[in-house]
Design a binder for this molecule. Structure first.
Ligand code: SF4
Length: 637
């Protein structure tokens, strides 16, 4: 059996898979599967006798087109006839469950998808009426629904109808506002659509409005994501939910290897900083941010599922159900087609494709994995669900996360720390079942993590122009030792900035040379001197050192024989002269005097442990007084 350190490291290695989605693969639970179809109905009935309260999730699998990152059960290009028939079947499935769930309280309800708002108002009403009449809804339960921006923008009457039907929380997937990325992911969207959608949602009366955003895409830059976050904040939803792209089972799964854990961590940190700066609150590591005090930001269905492990029945094509001790997937989950779902319902059978009788350790792993969606485990909720003390049951794991400062105990909850949030993919699998920990190591061992193909993917997507790049220059302090004084060569600038000021010779780095080669070239071109030893002086990177922009200079010094120097003032230099250099010191204050027959230049500098400051400067360009002083000190050693 792997120890905690091994599990943690394996989770970080397979970070695209070690997340809140449990089980790890569609085949993980095969050993727990009920293989006799005739037993399913009675098994489900007996399982629900164990629970008093549960949530409902109704899946509407229709989308105009399938986004490339989508991992859900979705049917494209459907028409009204197919959708009418689907709702007929769904209502029959709801009736079957109404029988099984008699006397149970419904404490959460989500109409999700797919795109539920794609249905006609008539069909939305049929589903909602059935929920209200067939099930015993706990008063105060907030009905939650999902829409796309395009539907919310173009069909205000439907958004109004959803509000009038009793839905009070609405969630809209924006994902990204980068047009380039939207196109690459096969999604629609534009600023005018989002703004109109928000206006319609608000006009309908919704006061609990969530926007979904995604990160961790191969072709998504940090700047893109930052813009998306700031844009979403500008739309002023009550809640913003982040989804890190999960590649497993999507059309872009092959891109996963090009996205490092560092990119995902950095993008989450970026989101956390932007959202909390704008008043959206979340404990670190949590995905949903809310600006409503004491609101988790999620639907009742999800909040209760995440904190309390509240069981739920999923109805509709491919929907997932999690009972007290079972997990099931409806027909259509694998093949993403309606035929077998239709046949089962017509035959009066629950449309279940796979159902697993879970041992306690698997139910626990399922609940705790999902708890990390909020980045904490509620110890009392765990005890209420499983009758076990969390810290006892996971004694080694809890010791590990506390000792390594990945989690901390606060108010009866075990919370991720900032360190834990960065390493969430290592923390979550610590609470997997022993079987899943082994599976994590073996099931993904064939993935080409960190190998040549992943690096190629990364490099293909990498665009250096997306990142800030300063200009690089070299400056050279050329000294000549005369018997009576140290001389330094300066050029007079013939162009802006600092026109007519005196500067060190130098120039910009070319793309095909090192800094040392650039310094040697500049020295040769401007003085005719070659084959001298260039000593590094330092790097000069004050943000405002050059008014043309961000230019960082690497400075060098050389001592030459003045007889060999043939000064060639060129480019932007209109003169070049030797100056006698005199340096005097009073504590940390240094005075430079540079003098020749025609001109005297002075500068006063203060050297402190933090750096050098120019206090006064008469006639020298840029921060060259600093470089001259530093070069003088280097050459004096
Ligand atoms: S809109 Fe949502 S559910 Fe539909 S395909 Fe795109 S991601 Fe999947």
């Amino acid at each position: 059996m792997m120890n905690c350190r091994e599990v943690f490291e394996t989770g970080l290695l397979y970070h695209h898979y070690a997340n809140t989605a449990y089980p790890l693969t569609p085949h993980s639970f095969m050993q727990y599967r009920l293989n006799n179809r005739d037993e399913i109905h009675d098994f489900v009935v007996s399982e629900w006798q164990k629970a008093d309260a549960l949530s409902l999730y109704i899946h509407v699998p229709f989308c105009k087109q399938r986004c490339k990152f989508c991992e859900y059960v979705v049917l494209e290009h459907t028409d009204d006839n197919i959708e009418d028939e689907y709702v007929d079947l769904l209502l029959k499935e709801m009736q079957m469950y109404a029988e099984i769930l008699k006397g149970k309280k419904i404490v959460g309800y989500d109409l999700g998808g797919g795109t539920p708002a794609k249905l006609s108002v008539r069909n939305l009403r049929r589903i909602t009426d059935a929920v209200n009449t067939l099930f015993d809804i706990e008063p105060g339960t907030v009905f939650s629904v999902e829409t796309t921006p395009v539907i919310a923008a173009n069909e205000p009457e439907k958004i109004q109808a959803l509000y009038d039907l009793g839905y009070r929380r609405i969630s809209m997937g924006v994902q990204t506002v980068s047009e380039k990325l939207l196109n690459a992911l096969g999604r629609e969207g534009s600023a005018s659509v989002y703004e109109k959608a928000v206006a319609n949602i608000r006009k309908a009366g919704f006061q609990s409005f969530n926007i979904d955003l995604m990160y961790g895409f191969l072709y998504q830059t940090d700047a893109d994501f930052g813009n998306t976050l700031r844009y979403a904040v500008g739309l002023a939803p009550e809640h913003i939910t982040l989804y890190r792209n999960r590649y497993k089972g999507t059309k872009i799964e092959s891109e996963a290897g090009g996205v490092s854990i560092y990119k995902a961590v950095y993008q989450y940190r970026l989101a956390y900083s932007i959202l909390t700066d704008h008043g959206y609150i979340a404990n670190v590591g949590k995905n949903t941010f809310s600006r409503v005090p004491d609101d988790y930001g999620t639907s009742d269905y999800l909040t209760k599922r995440v904190i309390y492990g509240t069981p739920y029945v999923g109805m509709g094509l491919g929907a997932q159900s999690f009972g007290m001790d079972y997990l099931a997937y409806n027909l259509g989950a694998a093949e993403k087609r309606m035929e077998r779902y239709r046949t089962a319902i017509r035959e009066g059978r629950l449309p279940i494709q796979d159902i697993y009788r879970l041992p306690k350790e698997e139910s626990i792993a399922k609940m705790v994995s999902v708890a990390f969606y909020f980045a904490f485990v509620d110890l009392a909720a765990f005890k209420a669900r499983f009758g076990l003390d969390f810290c006892e049951y996971f004694r080694d794991e809890v010791d590990f996360v506390l000792q390594n400062k990945l989690m901390e105990l606060k108010d009866g909850r075990l919370y991720l720390t900032p360190r834990g949030a960065d390493n969430i993919n290592g923390v979550i699998p610590l609470f997997y079942s022993p079987r899943s920990k082994e599976e994590l190591k073996t099931a993904f061992a064939a993935k080409s993590l960190g190998e040549e193909n992943d690096e190629r993917l990364f490099l293909d997507a990498y665009n250096i122009d997306n990142y800030f790049r300063p200009s690089l220059a070299v400056d050279i302090a050329v000294f000549a030792q005369q018997p009576d004084a140290k001389q330094i060569l300066l050029i007079r600038r013939g162009d802006h900035p600092y026109m007519n000021h005196w500067a060190l010779p130098g120039g910009f780095l070319r793309s095909d040379e090192t800094l040392e080669q650039a310094a040697a070239r500049e020295l040769r071109e401007e003085t005719g001197v070659q084959n001298v030893r260039l000593l590094p002086v330092g790097n000069y990177s004050d943000v405002a050192r050059d008014p043309r922009g961000r230019i960082i200079s690497a400075a060098y010094t050389a001592t030459v024989d003045p007889a060999e120097v043939h000064v060639l003032s060129g480019d932007d230099a209109i003169d070049a002269k030797w100056f006698a250099l005199e340096v005097t010191q009073d504590g940390g204050i240094y005075m430079l005097t540079l003098r020749n027959d025609a001109k005297t230049l002075t500068a006063t500098l203060h050297i402190t442990p933090e750096g050098t400051e120019i206090l006064a400067n008469d006639g020298l360009a840029f921060d060259h007084a600093k470089i001259i002083l530093d070069a003088y000190r280097v050459s004096a050693v």
